[in-house]
Design a protein around this ligand. Structure first.
Ligand SMILES: [Cu+2]
Length: 145
């Protein structure tokens, strides 16, 4: 029975019909104040999509670290942007004009197999965060098995 359920689950998760679309807003004033991605942490599965929606002007999104073999993302300023998550692992991204304000975000797709590599590279990003730098650890801290 358990094997059957596992087999069914595998079939279902492989179906593009069940892929979820997650919306992340790009805001000037988020719940914690300041410029932010909301939600800044997204748990997704392979095949899901994320749509980044600018609610205010002057934002865009670019990957900083991602799973091996994943295609980097870079959106256009003030434009909606949709990505399909094809590789499992952790993605760390930011809004280049507002990196100083820690306008960053984390996406976890399936298991966080590359989390150590992401944390290591995130240390190079840390000194560039001037305001709300606690977001980096807060967001990465939500990544779970
Ligand atoms: Cu921004």
């Amino acid at each position: 029975m358990k094997a059957l359920i596992l087999a069914l689950t595998a079939t279902l998760t492989a179906s593009p019909l069940l892929a979820a679309d997650h919306t992340v807003k790009m805001l000037n004033f988020g719940k914690d104040g300041g410029m932010v991605f909301e939600p800044a942490y997204v748990k997704a599965e392979i095949g899901d999509t994320i749509t980044f929606v600018p609610q205010n002007s002057s934002h865009y999104v670019q990957t900083y670290v991602m799973p091996e073999g994943a295609t980097p993302w870079k959106s256009k300023l003030d434009e909606e942007f949709k990505v399909t998550l094809e590789k499992e692992g952790v993605y760390l991204y930011y809004c280049p004009p507002h990196l100083m304000m820690a306008m960053i975000g984390v996406v976890q797709v399936g298991k966080p197999s590359n989390l150590d590599a992401v944390k290591q590279k995130a240390e190079k990003l840390r000194p560039k965060l001037v305001m709300k730098k606690e977001r980096l650890d807060a967001y990465l801290g939500q990544v779970a098995e």
